[in-house]
Design a protein around this ligand. Structure first.
Ligand code: CA
Length: 239
């Protein structure tokens, strides 16, 4: 396989160089950008396989760069580095469309595990859908997997990267019931004991965006004692 091209936008030089070293170890080509201006320029200069993005940067910060990248039609995976214990950073990063985040100080092995999980996810997507184009229609939902866009009753509904992945996973397996642990494994890419509430909160946010009545879900339904499924014959009427 060709070397994966990774852009690391990080103003702390020690961290940037440590990441570059470990990325090269797993056959990636690492390019470093040391501030927001250079990062912004580099981010659009090539087609990256991954952008590792520090939140706090001189010049445009990580959120501005993330936002700018998400306005592009081509999807590029983004792993965000956030500062210690700032819940707000974490939430903002994911809301703006980062694929995952790691909180500083992080262990390099943890960060590399996240990087590999992102690569695995993208790779399995490419393997299953070579050439890219994939569109799914279920009830009121239209999902453009390639453009990463969702329409409900013909209206675009903005989803975060993770909400989109979650919905896509359900849509590719209509009527299949998944436990929270299975969803963590398939959608987040890593099994995380004790993180099952993460699944619940994402399901709730997704329902709030796509269900006509989130209190009585008809698309993503709860299967008591087991998990969740996407009901492929929803009773939902187009508004
Ligand atoms: Ca920084």
């Amino acid at each position: 396989m060709d070397q994966r091209k990774v852009l690391v936008i990080e103003d702390e030089r020690d961290i940037a160089e440590l990441l570059a070293l470990h990325l090269r170890d797993i056959n990636c080509e690492a390019t470093l950008a040391a501030d927001g201006h250079e990062g912004m320029r580099q981010a659009f200069a090539r087609c990256w396989d991954l952008v590792i993005l520090d939140l706090r940067l001189p010049g445009p910060d990580g959120l501005s760069i993330c936002r700018a990248l998400r306005r592009e039609s081509r999807y590029v995976p983004i792993l965000m580095l956030t500062s210690k214990s700032s819940e707000l950073d974490r939430v903002l990063g994911l809301e703006l469309g980062a694929d995952d985040y790691v909180t500083k100080p992080f262990s390099v092995s943890e960060l590399m595990a996240r990087v590999k999980a992102i690569f695995r996810r993208v790779e399995s997507l490419e393997k299953r859908y070579p050439g890219g184009a994939e569109a799914l229609a279920i009830g009121p939902l239209q999902i453009d997997a390639t453009g990463r866009q969702v329409l409900v009753n013909n209206e675009i509904v903005p989803l975060t990267a993770r909400e989109f992945d979650l919905l896509l996973h359900f849509a590719r397996h209509p009527n299949c019931v998944f436990s929270r642990a299975q969803l963590l494994d398939s959608v987040w890419g890593y099994g995380h004991d004790g993180y099952e509430h993460t699944v619940n909160s994402h399901i709730n946010r997704l329902r709030a965006k796509i269900e006509p009545d989130p209190a009585q879900p008809e698309l993503i339904v709860t299967v008591w004692g087991v998990g969740y499924k996407l009901d492929a014959q929803p009773q939902v009427q187009a508004a």
